[in-house]
Design a binder for this molecule. Structure first.
Ligand code: AMP
Ligand code: GLY
Length: 430
């Protein structure tokens, strides 16, 4: 079978790599891909926003199955465009993708289908939003969360511990700081606890979680600094005990499935539930309608089944028959980022040490990489590489991942040095 993966990040690299191991995978293409993906798979120069062009290319090249990585083409309706041409594809319809595309849509869905989440209010103008913030702090809240309503690449959210920062961020949203994504804001109660990313396959009839995982959202060690798209991940996440997973299944996943069915939303793909494990139970922070990145790099590094077969079953509504097989060995992914990320970052620097890193046995998934005019690999994006390793235990996986990280350098490169620290704390507390 010929497979097309749409996107160009670390997520798409690990998707290509895992799909290529499937029994029926004949050839894997990636559009548009990146420099690292191009070393292993054929990349096609079509942007993820060019939906009709992508579908034309898939028809002409007799693609049997397409997997979409990022949220933007899903929210733009790529699944509807492909299905209209009878092309098999993995992902939610445009209507269902609103679960990620609109935070207010998602919040209403959660409230309607009894999915536990943070208390929230939405505002179309800044003044009442600021009054609400003032009242919340006056009522003794220790924090407040402001969210721009729309896609903002993980940056349209501020967790503030004072009213001034929250109000400044409200102004930034309404002044167009996040493009069209800031014409409305959602203001939420601040939840405290440990976060986890639950990735679940859903086909309209069944919903099944993958192995558990945890991201590290903040830019710097000890969860300091601004929110990012994710600085590293590991799987499994010890915070997700069997009891927590059972709670997520009963209170979140099963209710999501009921809601999708009741609202006639066609979702045959991957639902990502960002959740906070609080002392009052699990609460949903957000839905995404695609694999989390870098979580997927850790999760799929432990996957020992046939991903193409699983995804085809999802697309055909037969997820109940799919075999999900996991290695017991934990996996850790450390993200290496460009200097300045998540703000303006420096780029175009030659990356050295990639071969030495690979020789350690770790897998280096590429995200923001390209080739310069000499054909050398350079950093082109904020998040550049996802250096991923498995180990007999989480401590070993961490050690191996950092041994590979330490082989790699470019001007301005940085990474967090504490990826997996929650897992180590849980182990120590056993
Ligand atoms: P979101 O894009 O909605 O997941 O928000 C990005 C990040 O902000 C989350 O991963 C959390 O770390 C944090 N966050 C979002 N909502 C809340 C909340 N209600 N309470 C505490 N932290 C939150
Ligand atoms: N790592 C979080 C995300 O993919 O949204």
């Amino acid at each position: 079978m010929k497979i097309l993966v749409v996107g160009s990040g670390g997520r798409e690299h690990v998707l290509c790599w895992t799909l290529a191991k499937s029994k029926n995978a004949e050839k894997v293409y990636c559009a548009p891909g990146n420099a690292g993906i191009a070393q292993e798979f054929e990349c096609v120069n079509i942007k993820v926003s060019e939906l009709e062009k992508m579908a034309d290319w898939a028809v002409e090249n007799k693609i049997d199955f397409t997997v979409v990585g990022p949220e933007a083409p899903l929210c733009d309706g790529i699944v509807d465009v492909f299905k209209a041409r009878n092309l098999a594809i993995f992902g939610p319809s445009k209507a269902a993708a609103q679960l990620e595309g609109s935070k207010t849509f998602a919040k209403k869905f959660m409230e309607k289908y009894n999915i536990p989440t943070a208390r929230a209010a939405e505002f179309d103008t800044p003044a009442p939003a600021k009054d609400y913030v003032a009242t919340e702090f006056a009522n003794g809240e220790k924090g407040i969360v402001v969210k721009a309503d729309g896609l903002a690449a993980g940056k349209g959210v501020l967790v503030a511990d004072n009213a001034k920062d929250a109000c400044d961020f409200i102004d930034l949203c309404f002044e167009g700081g996040f493009g069209g994504a800031g014409n409305r804001v959602l203001i939420e109660e601040c939840l405290f606890g440990e976060e986890t990313s639950v990735l679940a396959l859903v086909d309209g009839n069944t919903i099944r979680p993958l192995a558990s995982s945890q991201d590290h959202k903040r830019a710097y060690d000890a969860d300091k600094g601004p929110n990012t798209g994710g600085m590293g991940a590991y799987s499994p996440a010890p915070v997700v005990t069997d009891a927590v997973m059972a709670e997520v299944k009963a209170n979140v996943l099963d209710n999501v499935l009921k809601g999708l069915q009741a609202e006639n939303l066609d979702f045959r793909g991957l639902l990502f539930v960002g959740a906070m494990v609080t002392d009052k139970g699990v609460k949903v922070l957000e839905f995404n309608v695609r694999f989390g990145d870098p979580e997927v790099q850790a999760v799929l590094s432990r996957f020992e089944g046939d991903l193409l077969d699983v995804m085809q079953k999802v697309s055909a509504g037969k997820l109940a028959d799919a075999e999900l097989v996991w290695s017991a060995d934990p996996a850790v992914c450390v993200v290496m980022a460009s200097g300045g990320y998540p703000g303006d970052y420096t780029k175009g620097f030659v990356i050295s040490g990639l071969d030495a890193a690979a020789a350690t046995g770790a897998k280096v998934f590429h995200a923001g990489t390209g080739l310069n005019s000499d054909g050398k690999i350079v950093n082109t994006g904020g998040r550049v590489l996802g250096v991923t390793s498995r180990g007999k235990n989480v401590a070993e996986a961490i050690k191996k991942a950092y041994a590979a990280v330490d082989c790699i350098s470019w001007d301005g490169a940085f990474c967090r040095r504490d990826i997996g620290y929650h897992a180590l704390e849980h182990e120590a507390a056993k």
